[in-house]
Design a protein around this ligand. Structure first.
Ligand code: GLY
Length: 376
């Protein structure tokens, strides 16, 4: 690796959608920026479906998370356009909403509550009969009895997002160190850089730990600064059809678990995702695949005709209160950008803005890592 005598203004540990977004925005502002990751864009960001769905993804009791999601969603159109300009890749940003469907009276009641909650916040959420749902999405099962159209929801292709971010970072002079971080360098308690497994030390005024589900296990960091994140496994399937089967994201609760289908313009249909507390296990299992296809078929029977293109498992970084950890820690110069659980892709633009001091102080307080560090 080349020498970087003056060091970096900002060094990000972790090259997933969060770390790369922070790094790209920093490089765009003229900061000398580096990312360290032995295999960038290969973890949860590679598995993710890319839903930007604060209304339909969030449990309606989680108002702070909803606020973060809405704030980030509003940043996505310009984030996607600027990324297309810097990274030379269209990330398939689409804003046609999510159709949340119900089969039984319990599901209908849950959607009714969500509609009231969303309506109270002035968010677009339209209640539909089963027939109206099928008019919007003709491939839906005849047993769908009703639905809720969250018209503000959107989605992107996360694999294109990370590919664009890597190109954009490189074009702006950012450095990608394809090596594992083995320690944090400090002087008088403040961060001065990181050590890499390849033997190099990279100097940096600020280090942002954005290693997703692995953020709590990074070697050589002060244990009191490591975040309380845990891996939450998600298995996800990609199917292929000659033409798109759906026009918008569709989701529903089948056999007690939530399943979603995300269509891409090229005919790909992403079906996700399991939620499993299995530690650092990224095996794709027959049971996981079976469950996803069984549930997807209940929503859209035609999925069984599609070609199986890809099955992967990713690890979401879960936190004890379901909120992300973004901002300074009690180690001067060390920041966190992790714990995004189910919302990494959605929250990427807001996370970058928070790390660079460009977002609302209220939102920053919601995400402060100090909430778990003060009493340590
Ligand atoms: N955001 C969808 C998931 O985590 O499954």
């Amino acid at each position: 690796m080349e020498d970087h005598p003056g060091g970096f203004d900002l060094l990000v540990v972790g090259g997933g959608v969060i770390g790369l977004s922070v790094a790209w925005r920093a490089a765009r502002r003229g900061l000398r920026t580096a990312v360290a990751d032995p295999a960038p864009a290969s973890g949860a960001s590679h598995a993710a479906a890319g839903m930007l769905a604060p209304v339909s993804e969030v449990t309606y009791t989680e108002e702070p998370l909803l606020r973060l999601g809405l704030a980030s969603l509003s940043r996505w159109p310009s984030f996607a356009a600027e990324l297309a300009a810097d990274g030379g890749l269209d990330v398939d940003y689409r804003a046609d909403g999510t159709l949340d469907v119900a089969f039984g009276s319990d599901d209908l009641a849950a959607l009714e509550e969500l509609a009231v909650f969303a309506g109270g916040l002035g968010l677009p959420a339209e209640h539909l009969t089963g027939r109206e749902c099928r008019r919007l999405e003709p491939m839906l099962a005849p047993s769908v009895r009703g639905g809720l159209l969250a018209g503000g929801d959107a989605w992107v292709d996360p694999r294109k997002v990370t590919a664009g971010l890597l190109t954009a970072l490189e074009r702006l002079g950012g450095v990608l160190a394809r090596s594992r971080v083995t320690g944090l360098e400090t002087s008088a308690g403040a961060v001065t850089g990181v050590r890499l497994a390849c033997g190099t030390t990279l100097g940096a005024h600020r280090v942002v730990l954005a290693a997703g589900a692995w953020s709590g296990t990074v070697d050589g960091f002060p244990p009191e600064a490591l975040p309380p994140v845990r891996p939450v496994k998600g298995q996800i399937v990609r199917l292929r059809s000659p033409a798109p089967l759906l026009r918008r994201c569709v989701r529903g609760v089948v056999h007690g678990s939530s399943v979603y289908l995300v269509p891409r313009g090229d005919g790909e249909l992403v079906v996700g995702a399991t939620q499993e507390e299995m530690g650092f296990d990224t095996r794709v299992t027959a049971g996981g695949l079976w469950e996803l296809l069984r549930d997807a078929r209940e929503l859209v029977p035609g999925v069984t005709e599609l070609e199986l293109a890809d099955v992967v498992a990713g690890l979401r970084p879960g936190t004890p209160d379901n909120l992300p950890l973004i901002g300074p820690t009690n180690v001067p110069g060390l920041f966190l950008a992790t714990g995004h659980h189910r919302g990494g892709v959605l929250l990427a633009p807001l996370t970058a803005a928070l790390c660079l001091g460009e977002a609302d102080g209220d939102l920053s307080a919601i995400c402060s890592p100090l909430r778990f560090q003060e009493h340590r």
